[in-house]
Design a protein around this ligand. Sequence first.
Ligand SMILES: C[S@@+](CC[C@H](N)C(=O)[O-])C[C@H]1O[C@@H](n2cnc3c(N)ncnc32)[C@H](O)[C@@H]1O
Length: 207
Amino acid sequence: MIGKLYERHVLPKVLDACCSTKPVNYQRNKIVPHAKGKILEIGIGSGINIPFYNKANVEKIYGLDPSEELNNIAQKKAINNNLEIDFLLNGAEEIPLPSNSMDTILITYTLCTIQDLESSLKEIKRVMKDDAVMLFCEHGIAPDAKVIKWQNRVNPLWGKLFGGCNINRNIPEIIQSSGFTLNSLDQMYLPSTPKIVGYNYWGKATI
Ligand SMILES: C[S@@+](CC[C@H](N)C(=O)[O-])C[C@H]1O[C@@H](n2cnc3c(N)ncnc32)[C@H](O)[C@@H]1O
């Protein structure tokens, strides 16, 4: 009972606040403006990326997320930012869009949370046009043994508090082992952010 109340009423606000820090938004600005054409944002959440889109590049945006509560927040942000988005209340395991139809997949701070990564990345590839790009910005496993030790220790509790988020996933390995080609990859610890959650990977991948 308390779990459901937390998930419905507290977690959406917690996620919205934790994912909107200055260093995280600085990261968003490196990636989101590159989205172009027909765009599918996977795990749009509370819509924190919405103000970062370059409207001149956008033909159409679909925002997919299984959380109704986060979707409601995102819808308000879309209206406030004058950006038309088709919201799809779904997980990435089944994307209700035709094959070969998207120019850009945008995914930020969501590969940490998706439970069934294998099915989801397969679905993402299915909806991508042959020359489409997947833009990603994610936190994940750190390069330092001491940090990794703490990431592994804290991960089970972290997931319970933050909607199933994992802090120790190897993002480049996940992307590559799903059959994507990594065209660019940058990584670093974000400033002013605890190291266990602050190691960021961002870049572009194609199929
Ligand atoms: C930490 S939030 C990040 C939200 C947003 N992408 C951002 O950058 O702020 C993780 C998001 O993943 C979403 N999510 C969880 N499971 C998912 C799934 N199977 N497919 C797509 N999104 C999922 C959650 O609802 C949540 O919005």
